[in-house]
Ligand binder design. Structure first.
Ligand SMILES: [Zn+2]
Length: 321
């Protein structure tokens, strides 16, 4: 998913796991939850944008890579913090430092949330690199989903102090994602826009009435994550039904399409553009994400079957199979 969703979910998750034991848990969660992406800067991905789409989500998104990221970040933050404490203590200032175990647990949860969120989309991840380059993907949730921004953002805002700084930050992020959604309103289903607006109103009421505040911030962060789990589960159910339907339709198509095994698979992507998502040897039969984004199922199916034929033809001329 996008880095804003990773950041907001990571902040809420680190807060839910380790807020009582790790100062600035939400900020550390933002850094940790994006580690699989920003650590790609250190290994360097060669080539063009098209190469990037193939090489992205490589070793930094594997289980081994995640372990290195968790250990490295825990050491970096834990040791750095203690050095700062030692220096400040020489000037008579006391600083609370995070407990090692809780720091590692929070960072571990945040890094794993990144891998899970990438897994639940159509792009997927390669957990067993460097030994196996097989991609795994659940195809449940669109690559960008407004509720993966809004729900953790509201939880973070409700758990903040009544101060202009967190309010300004929440309004800036909330305003940005609302502008993005409004601009994408013709691809977003009506129910998405309606529920989004309702959540915004509830968010304002909760902020004004001070439902949680810093005392309840760990609780509200956990609650937001629970909401997202239920939401993703609902999308999984809908996506499963639609994929079954596509499979049935494609076997009935006038030009018989190959069985949906091996190279052919059904995927839920916001824009049905096989080239856009990379992975040249794989034909992606794209339908719009079942829950979040419009065109009707039939339109999406027609588009994806013709798109699939086109890609097949293109791949055949490239000599891929
Ligand atoms: Zn990623």
């Amino acid at each position: 998913m996008d880095n804003l969703a990773h950041a907001l979910v990571g902040a809420a998750l680190m807060r839910a796991v380790a807020d009582r034991h790790v100062p600035r848990a939400a900020s550390i969660g933002v850094v940790a939850a994006n580690a699989p992406d920003w650590s790609e800067l250190f290994i360097g991905l060669p080539g063009t944008r098209a190469d990037f789409l193939v090489l992205h989500r490589g070793i930094t998104h594997s289980l081994v890579g995640a372990l290195v990221e968790v250990v490295g970040l825990t050491l970096l933050i834990g040791v750095g913090w203690r050095v700062v404490r030692w220096r400040l203590s020489r000037h008579g200032r006391a600083v609370a430092v995070p407990a090692w175990g809780w720091l590692a647990a929070g960072i571990g949860a945040a890094v794993l949330s990144h891998l899970y969120m990438d897994w639940q989309g159509s792009y997927g991840w390669r957990p067993f690199l460097p030994w196996s380059g097989t991609w795994y993907y659940l195809d449940w949730v669109a690559i960008a989903d407004p509720f993966f921004w809004l729900v953790p953002l509201v939880a973070l805002a409700w758990g903040a102090e009544r101060h202009w700084a967190p309010l300004a930050a929440a309004l800036a992020v909330g305003g940005t994602i609302t502008v993005i959604l409004v601009r994408a309103r013709d691809v977003a289903a009506t129910w998405v826009l309606v529920i989004y607006a309702v959540v915004c109103v509830v968010a304002v009421v909760g902020w004004i009435r001070y439902w949680f505040g810093p005392v309840g911030r760990q609780r509200v962060a956990a609650l937001a994550l629970l909401v997202l789990v239920v939401y993703a589960g609902a999308q999984a159910v809908v996506a499963g039904g639609r994929k079954r339907e596509i499979r049935q339709r494609s076997t009935r198509a006038s030009t018989p399409l190959p069985a949906m095994t091996g190279r052919y698979r059904v995927t839920c992507a916001r824009r049905p553009s096989p080239a856009h998502w990379g992975r040249p040897p794989t034909v992606m039969l794209s339908v719009n994400s079942p829950a979040s984004w419009r065109p009707t199922w039939t339109r999406a199916a027609r588009r994806s079957t013709s798109g699939m034929r086109a890609t097949r033809a293109r791949a055949a001329t490239d000599g891929r199979w």
